[in-house]
Write a protein that binds this ligand. Structure first.
Ligand code: IPM
Ligand code: MG
Length: 357
């Protein structure tokens, strides 16, 4: 059956990096038997400009009809002054909620060719391969009530609600344990159970679910310690499972271990494996339009799309091998360049991956 892929380029460097990933998918379509159609839509600031909303009805219809979605990035300074519901980031949160994409997979693995690009000593990160499983539909991001209220004394107070239901914790824990079974069979659950009731319940439920996976070892860390461990001894981790906010923070931290946030793909999946795939970096407005952004995280996100939603592991590996080859050839964009190297641009990097395919 022909798979429907919806492409949402988004803002900033989004259109540039997505164009390279689309080239890669096109190449697989034409030369390697990938049976898929590529359709385009609007999300984020561009959608606000064109249609007045960051996640417009037209996009919602496209997104619901698609089998998988490939997203660039959203946001930029020109939309920061807008009312909160109109901000580009709201579009991203809205599509995650609308499609019930609760399981965010953020792998961080080090390409041996890039050990020197990490901010940590090479021996601390050599062979690094960890997976952050971040819950994406709950926590402070969506908890009610929320807002900014005025107190009796006239002072204003901002407030958000951290909450997790047992069923939400159970389903994300299962994703983490199942993922660990395909890997080194270790799960570290990250919470703040020494302070927060939400975390107390989180820990209890994750521990209970672990009983269904006796072949997977479960450990727990408080989030402050986990942040420290990630930069002290990151290779101790296999799968980290955590809530929405902690996962947001720890995944940026983990990305830097690999040398560049420009390399890390992600998948956001629903219960049936439909997914939205995006690089974990943002829209980088400071370098937008210059043709210097690294397209590899988006290209690798397309590989994850083929693996997780389209069930085409050979095609995914083909892309991942091609990325390894261009790194072997010494091609580097600005963000992963070592001293004395000449950087290649976004398009040249995409072309090199296509050539390697
Ligand atoms: C991410 C981003 C988003 C988040 C923002 C853009 C809303 O930081 O995907 O990690 O906080 O989830
Ligand atoms: Mg983030």
């Amino acid at each position: 059956m022909t798979a429907k892929i919806l492409i949402l380029p988004g803002d900033g460097i989004g259109p540039e990096i997505v164009a390279e990933a689309a080239k890669v998918l096109e190449c697989l379509r034409q030369d390697h038997g990938l049976d898929a159609t590529l359709d385009y839509g609007l999300l984020g600031g561009g959608a606000v400009d064109a249609l007045g909303e960051p996640y417009p009805e037209a996009t919602r219809r496209q997104a619901r009809a698609a089998d998988a979605i490939l997203l660039g990035a959203v946001g930029g300074p020109q939309w920061e002054a807008l009312d909160r519901p109109l901000r580009p980031e709201r579009g991203l949160l809205a599509i995650r909620a609308d499609l019930e994409l609760f399981a965010n997979l953020r792998p961080a693995m080090l390409y041996p060719q890039l050990a020197s690009a990490s901010s940590l000593k090479p021996d601390l990160v050599a062979g690094l391969d960890l997976l952050i499983v971040r819950e994406l539909n709950g926590d402070l991001y969506f908890g009610q009530p929320r807002g900014i209220r005025t107190l009796d004394n006239g002072e204003r107070e901002g407030f958000n609600t951290m909450c997790y239901r047992e069923s939400e914790i159970e389903r994300i824990a299962r994703v983490a344990f199942a993922a660990a079974r395909q890997r080194a069979r270790r799960v570290c659950s990250v919470d703040k159970a020494n302070v927060l009731e939400t975390s107390e319940l989180w820990r209890e439920v994750v521990t209970r679910v672990a009983g269904e996976y006796p072949d997977v070892a479960l450990s727990h860390q408080y989030v402050d310690n986990a942040a420290m461990q990630l930069v002290r001894a990151p290779k101790q981790f296999d799968v980290i499972v955590t809530g929405n906010l902690f996962g947001d923070i720890l995944s940026d931290c983990a990305s830097m271990l690999t040398g560049s946030i420009g390399l890390l793909p992600s998948a956001s999946l629903d219960a049936r494996g439909k997914g939205l795939y995006e690089p974990i970096h943002g829209s980088a407005p400071d370098i937008a339009g210059q043709g210097v952004a690294n397209p590899l995280a988006t290209i690798l996100s397309a590989a994850m799309l083929l693996r997780h939603t389209l069930d085409k592991p050979e095609q995914a590996e083909r892309i991942e091998r091609a990325v390894g080859q261009v790194l072997d050839q010494g091609l580097r964009t600005l963000d992963i360049m070592a001293d004395g190297m000449t950087p290649v641009g976004t398009q040249a990097m995409g072309d090199a991956v296509v050539a390697a395919l």
